[in-house]
Design a binder for this molecule. Structure first.
Ligand code: 5GP
Length: 239
């Protein structure tokens, strides 16, 4: 049976990598897709662990050869998910998690409507700005114009939240990790059965609370803080 395809998108600096890393030790049978990118390695990143780092020329050749399930340009660099990554994960009977931006998520939803998509929101622009500054400081120097650009893009990405099946708010890390793990478990239960035990019911309940349709009250203050209104939400389409 084909595995489940999970997508997580979040504005840069939302703490997504931390959550995804913690999920690795919590959830068995979930493969983490390693994307291709034309950006250079950052900090302690290692080729083929965080990304397959490559040149623009090679990336464009892969595009011409139709090797990508999806790809997009983010902050001036290409990022893409190779079709072979899905094939290999599913052949091994594993589920696959794609950490991709809103443009890539839209492409995957189109091609794989059964994919489970999760949007991770930072709790506020202030918290996001602090995280972005801390990260830039750790990598060298803080450039305010880059921070401002990332904040503006975060707002545009958040406007797409309604396209996602689930929403997480990263205000308390452990809670976001628990909710993410519950969503994975709940989707497995929904597809493979095994509901009925108290544990399964608890996971299903946590995941249900994270459905976008059930999250309006929780995310309203976040949307307000980012200046996202009913009229601007979903106005972006593909970024
Ligand atoms: P970073 O350079 O900070 O690692 O990632 C920048 C953005 O690119 C993040 O929003 C991340 O989710 C997105 N991204 C990473 N890999 C892919 C990919 O394969 N496809 C798409 N569309 N976006 C990706």
């Amino acid at each position: 049976m084909a595995g489940i395809l999970f997508i997580i998108s979040a504005p840069s600096g939302s703490g997504k990598s931390t959550i995804v890393n913690q999920l690795r030790s919590l959830v068995a049978g979930l493969e983490f897709s390693v994307s291709w990118t034309t950006r250079g390695p950052r900090g302690s990143e290692v080729d083929s662990r965080e990304y397959h780092f490559t040149t623009r020329e090679y990336f464009e050749e892969m595009v011409r050869n139709n090797e990508f399930l999806e790809y997009a340009e983010v902050f001036g660099n290409y990022y893409g998910t190779a079709r072979s990554t899905l094939r290999e994960a599913f052949a091994q009977g594993r589920d696959l998690l794609l950490d991709i931006d809103v443009q890539g998520a839209a492409q995957v939803r189109e091609k794989c409507p059964e994919a489970v998509s999760i949007f991770l929101m930072p709790p506020s622009p202030e918290v996001l700005a602090t995280r972005l500054r801390n990260r830039s400081r750790a990598e060298g120097a803080v450039q305010e114009e880059i921070i401002a650009r990332r904040l503006a893009r975060a707002r545009l990405e958040i406007e797409n939240y309604r396209d996602y099946g689930y929403i997480l708010v990263n205000d308390v890390l452990d809670r976001a990790v628990e909710e993410m793990a519950a969503i994975v478990a709940a989707e497995r239960i929904r597809r493979n059965g095994a509901a009925g035990t108290p544990d399964a019911e608890r996971l299903l309940e946590i995941a249900e609370g994270c459905r976008t349709a059930n999250s309006e009250t929780r995310i309203r203050p976040v949307l307000e803080a980012f200046g996202v209104t009913e009229t601007t939400a979903d106005s972006m389409g593909a970024a």
